[in-house]
Design a binder for this molecule. Structure first.
Ligand SMILES: [Zn+2]
Length: 337
């Protein structure tokens, strides 16, 4: 038994001596001192010894074990110092690691940026408004009467009696007109909220962009010209638009605006339900009552306003058939844009 102990000690000393790395040292430690190591084996086999001899051998084995552990630790420290010496000699002139996958903007952000770009080119300024609003800015100032169905709790998220999540970006019209005097050309986009059940074409949160212009002698033809140019820049130079009469409380007259189907160029397909046209926005001449609410003289000033859903534009532009894809953060979807 003593001979065996002596041989294990010599072998271990040699192996510690010749170890060159921390990993090699760790392997030595496990081989001798680990749970299934040679020392553990040896101590287990002590039960075969006469009882008298056991304490002496046990003490000797523990002494050697302690000595080896100390040696391993000392050697690890000296290897560590060499390691940091190596770090200091890193070649800083070596070429760096190439970044092969860069992130990019979300498709919704890309569409907002493109819309802004087009209107900035026409002299519009970009403004923002709060997402948490009160009833005055979301409804009253926009000539939406108390009995209007959109003011119902089923169509608007109320936080408190008078505080709500804005259900449209037209609120920004009022906030800007209150602070500034005409002439004004403003574009504003952001999130809006409506308690709709989520499906392929509805979400309780989506994005809108609102644009308006106020000056002397602004006519319906100015609105039509601006929107035609926008449609051609957004969807392609052959895109046509048409206006259908509609009603909105904050514009008079009002229209819904369609673009010729960008999938079939107006011939008729599944996307446009064989009509050749796609509805993209609502627009009209700003109602004189809205001007009165912000203290403008409706005899002096005229203007137009329009609003559209960003997701709708992005879905048409990229051929996406489910609005939920925008908000699920699935990288397989997002990497396509
Ligand atoms: Zn079509």
């Amino acid at each position: 038994m003593e001979k065996r102990l002596k041989r294990i000690e010599e072998d271990a000393l040699n192996e510690i001596e010749s170890a060159r790395t921390g990993e090699e040292l760790e392997a030595v430690r496990i081989k001798y001192m680990g749970r299934k190591g040679l020392f553990t084996d040896l101590l287990k086999s002590m039960k075969d010894l006469p009882e008298k001899e056991r304490p002496a051998i046990g003490a000797k084995a523990n002494e050697i074990k302690g000595k080896l552990a100390g040696l391993i630790e000392a050697k690890l420290k000296s290897l560590g110092k060499k390691g940091s010496a190596q770090e200091a000699s890193i070649d800083v002139t070596m070429p760096g690691v190439e970044i092969t996958r860069l992130g990019h903007k979300h498709p919704i952000t890309q569409v907002i940026n493109r819309v802004n770009e087009i209107f900035i080119g026409l002299g519009f300024k970009v403004k923002e408004g709060p997402e948490i609003e009160n009833e005055y800015y979301n409804f009253e100032a926009l000539n939406i009467p108390l009995e209007h169905p959109s003011r119902d709790v089923f169509d608007t998220f109320y936080i408190q009696d008078d505080i709500l999540l804005r259900s449209q970006t037209s609120t920004v019209q009022i906030r800007v007109m209150e602070k500034e005097k005409p002439p004004l050309q403003v574009i504003s986009s952001g999130r809006v909220y409506r308690p709709d059940a989520v499906d392929a074409s509805h979400s309780f949160m989506f994005h809108q962009v609102e644009g308006f212009m106020v000056d002397k002698n602004i006519k319906f033809s100015d609105l039509k010209g601006t929107l035609s140019l926008f449609a051609r820049q957004m969807f392609g130079k052959d895109t046509k638009i048409r206006f259908r009469p509609h009603f909105f409380p904050f514009t008079e007259p009002s229209a819904e605006v369609d673009v010729s189907c960008i999938m079939c160029a107006g011939k008729g397909c599944r996307v446009c339900r064989y009509k050749g046209w796609l509805e993209i926005l609502g627009a009209g001449m700003i109602n004189p009552k809205v001007f009165e609410a912000v203290g403008y003289n409706p005899e002096k000033w005229t203007g137009y306003a329009f609003g559209m859903g960003i997701e709708r534009i992005a879905m048409l532009k990229y051929g996406i058939n489910d609005i939920r894809l925008f908000f699920e953060n699935d990288l397989r979807f997002l990497r396509q844009f």
